[in-house]
Write a protein that binds this ligand. Sequence first.
Ligand SMILES: Nc1ncnc2c1ncn2[C@@H]1O[C@H](COP(=O)(O)OP(=O)(O)O)[C@@H](O)[C@H]1O
Ligand SMILES: [Mg+2]
Length: 318
Amino acid sequence: MLDLQERQAAATAAAASPAIHSVDLAKHYGKTVALANLTMTVPRGEVFGFLGPNGAGKTTAVKLLVGLIPATSGEGWMLGKPLGDRQVRRRIGYLPELFRYQPWLTAPEVLRVHCELARLPRSSWKTEIEGAMTLVGLAGRERDRVGTYSKGMQQRLGLGVALLGSPDLVFLDEPTSALDPVGRHDVRQILHHLRERGCAVFLNSHLLTEVEMVCDRVAMVDHGRVIASGTLDDLLGGKSCRIRVTGLDPRQRGSLRAFGDLDDDGEWITVRGLEPERVPEVVDEIVRQGGRVYAVEPRHLSLEDRFLQLLGEGEKNS
Ligand SMILES: Nc1ncnc2c1ncn2[C@@H]1O[C@H](COP(=O)(O)OP(=O)(O)O)[C@@H](O)[C@H]1O
Ligand SMILES: [Mg+2]
């Protein structure tokens, strides 16, 4: 039995440990390298985007982490414990990429089965189920059988299942693939909500624009390898801003140099090295000089652009 001090120290260490840490985690299927040497850290309470084209190894990474398949080599830890720890498994949520719920059940019945599987206290089931139905936007559809749900509604239900029991870490494998723009927006809201609650999210997606809107940090994968990782600012050069301006003469346009290095193609002015907080100041200055502002893009590169750039660089170097 640990004494109080030891228990407190263990609790502090657990809280300080990252949500996920992996070192050289790899999975081979015969000659196919599904995932090669994945080394990464996902901090607690952040939304982490794992991005890449189809076949890049995203689902394989999630299956390794949640313990559905064994790694060929390498090691990993989740919430401070080695992969496969049963206690940790109870504190994670998982929305698989391909799932199918019993079509003859209603959504609350499916959720109930999962409350039982997750061994949540029976007294909490009602609150959990109602909470999940509301959170994923299925309230009002309690009586319909899952077999009559659209693909998008089934995906919402899957998200509800993953969120039962307030997990500390949630894996979402392509959570928006079947959703329309409203559904995608709802998922973003849910991700914000999870982040506010301190829940870490590992989000697999091939929809790069989606991810840009919600992730704190991303890793880009291709052919089983991580080709870049970091915060969005690291990857996209957050300290730069593109502004579409008319009505300023060349001297006036040049005067914006006071804010940072300029790139001016006559239509767009890019100010490099500009702290995001100073964007409004630049716009004020343009307007003060009589210019008209048509667009302001605090990050001029999109994840998609960056990804294609990296793929291009990879090809050049190989
Ligand atoms: N069970 C398996 N047997 C053989 N090859 C597999 C298996 N699962 C995945 N792969 C291969 O591993 C690679 C990565 O697959 P996957 O992780 O599903 O990619 P993603 O989720 O990024 O689309 C692909 O080339 C895929 O064909
Ligand atoms: Mg996949």
